[in-house]
Design a protein around this ligand. Structure first.
Ligand code: AMP
Length: 398
């Protein structure tokens, strides 16, 4: 069974074709700069040469056309015809309160997705464009939407209501939704497996640390609390996003700098975070290199990021009677040996201890805590595409 996983951004389309019996990626690629000059598609099937198509991509449909042609190409492709794609799984960022689970896409679902655009104006429109392009080009192929927010729909109100007048929740659905749900769910399932526990018995703190970051408290295999909010701006400081700060700073800066709502939003989403603090880069590898060379502000940015991770871990530990594991995942969590080491060393007062030898690796599943650590520490490379493909199989086979 072959599942095509599609993840559309405003000017990009990433895809993987996954063969589900072996759970193997047989082809993957990326269309970039859709609707912008210099657009191109990169396609690579396992065991074959990489194909680069440099062609004007006026919209997502055109990009998908080239992707589908590449998949069936005699030289670069992996399948004989599009009929060999059994279903398509789409990543959708915001499901609002309407989708607590992945769903088969039909006309009614499309209407609800459209209605949720105002909750994620940057992310949901390209997701919808990707679905529409697939519907046009693969009319009879079943499609599934897998939401970044769905895993967090199990959070209780105590963890999703903000201390604003309640009517704003009722009128505008202003509440914490949570993001990176597919990743938190994937690593939760893997962690339960690695710890030999039933999913509904496992309590975890999952740290998705990448360009965007969030930490989730998982109780009984379900999301109970999460650091990230109404939009993907809350919680930890990220590559370019502020994370938590005093909300009064927003009108203060707007007045001082004479900024409009969209300008201040841009400042908080694109110019802040570890980039804003360091003035060096939003990329954690660059920050680690600059800090190593003695750049104090790069070091400060890393210190603030790590302190913020510790504060969430500390707070989330108070929400559970015991914790089976703390999981590190995503670009930084999977690969940064020093981030893991420094975060855990700062939690020694809670009995947490890392085994430096076991921790001395990148991008592999492992338990890296010392034998006498109070809580197990796990590294689990995330695989959102595989989770989307699994959800797609589950829904299309029923
Ligand atoms: P993601 O958003 O999950 O793709 O993560 C991207 C982030 O992971 C970038 O800031 C990268 O610099 C960071 N990253 C990737 N590899 C490493 C590494 N070896 N050490 C530190 N950070 C890394």
């Amino acid at each position: 069974m072959n599942i095509l996983v599609v993840n559309c951004g405003s000017s990009s389309l990433k895809y993987q074709l996954i063969e589900m019996e072996k759970q193997e990626v047989v082809a993957k690629g990326l269309a970039e700069r859709i609707g912008i000059e210099g657009s191109r598609v990169e396609h690579k099937a396992t065991g074959k040469e990489k194909l680069v198509v440099e062609e004007a991509l006026e919209d997502h449909k055109k990009a998908l056309e080239i992707v589908l042609n590449s998949l069936v190409d005699d030289e670069y492709g992996v399948i004989d015809s599009l009929d060999q794609i059994d279903a398509v799984g789409h990543r959708v960022v915001h499901g609002g309160e309407d989708f607590a689970k992945s769903t088969l896409i039909d006309d009614q679902v499309m209407k609800v997705l459209e209605a949720n655009v105002e909750l994620a104006p940057l992310h949901n429109p390209p997701n919808i464009m990707g679905i529409e392009a697939c519907k046009e080009l693969m009319e009879d192929t079943p499609m599934v939407a897998v939401f970044d927010t769905a895993f967090h729909q199990t959070m209780p109100a105590v963890n999703y209501i903000y201390a604003l007048p309640y009517e704003y929740y009722e009128k505008y659905k202003i509440r914490r939704f949570g993001f990176h749900g597919t990743s938190h769910q994937y690593v939760t399932e893997r962690a339960a497996d690695m710890l030999g526990k039933d999913l509904d018995e496992v309590n975890l703190i999952t740290c998705h640390l990448g360009n965007g970051s969030s930490i989730t408290s998982v109780k009984g295999g379900k999301s109970y609390d999460t650091s990230i909010g109404f939009t993907p701006l809350e919680g930890l400081p990220m590559g370019t996003r502020t994370g938590n700060m005093d909300p009064a700073i927003v009108p203060f800066i707007m007045e001082k700098e004479n900024l409009s709502p969209s300008q201040v939003s841009n400042l908080m989403n694109k110019e802040s975070g570890v980039l804003g603090i360091s003035g060096v880069s939003s990329d954690f590898r660059d920050l680690e290199a600059a800090a190593e060379e003695g750049n104090d502000r790069a070091q400060l940015a890393l210190d603030i990021f790590e302190a913020s991770i510790r504060k969430f871990i500390g707070a989330f530990l108070t929400e559970m009677d015991h914790c089976d594991g703390i999981v590190f995942t995503a670009g930084v969590g999977e690969n940064s040996i020093t981030t893991r080491e420094r975060v855990i060393e700062g939690l020694a007062s809670l009995g947490l201890k890392i085994d430096k030898e076991k921790n001395d690796m990148r991008g592999k599943e492992a338990i890296v805590s010392a034998e006498d650590s109070s809580i197990k520490i796990l590294v689990i490379p995330t695989n959102e595409e595989l989770k989307i493909a699994q959800e797609t199989v589950r829904l299309t086979q029923n």
